[in-house]
Design a protein around this ligand. Structure first.
Ligand code: FES
Length: 141
């Protein structure tokens, strides 16, 4: 996936699109991540100042959602379902292997609605059922 390089000016332009939204902190963080690939550390004070809330409130939302990244993403994005149905068929073991091999690419997710074919993994937006490390490696190519 291609992302724009981080810049405060670009971030401010994105925030301006949310001026009339209610409860916009999560939307603002998602906008930043969609644009830059992650939520840059300077986004927290920028969002707090823009919406006149505390940095702690923004930080709380940022750290609550596992899908929000605070570091630049790797070349590929691997989302591993670690919800109950996938855990029952080995998702945690697969998670350990994937995170050891691709630490800057792997994130946890909670159910893709593909529970019958777990462990479920999404690689660059493509869903993989009955996922294995070799299937994930193949999908990254
Ligand atoms: S629990 Fe993993 S896809 Fe639903």
């Amino acid at each position: 996936m291609k992302y724009s390089p981080w810049s405060q000016d670009a971030a401010r332009l994105l925030l301006a699109t949310l001026r009339d939204e209610k409860g916009p902190v999560l939307m603002a963080l998602q906008l930043m991540q969609n644009e830059f690939g992650y939520v840059h550390s300077e986004c927290v004070p920028l969002i707090a100042n823009f919406f006149n809330i505390s940095r702690a409130e923004v930080h709380g939302v940022l750290t609550f959602y596992h899908d929000l990244r605070i570091t630049p993403p790797g070349e590929h994005q691997i989302s591993l379902c670690v919800a109950e149905a996938c855990q029952a068929v080995g998702a945690r073991d697969l998670e350990k292997k994937v995170k050891a091999k691709f630490p800057d690419e792997a994130t946890d997710s909670y159910c893709f609605g593909n529970c019958a074919l777990g462990p479920a993994v999404m690689v660059d937006g493509v869903l993989i059922g009955r996922a294995t490390l070799s299937k994930i490696e193949e999908a990254r190519r």
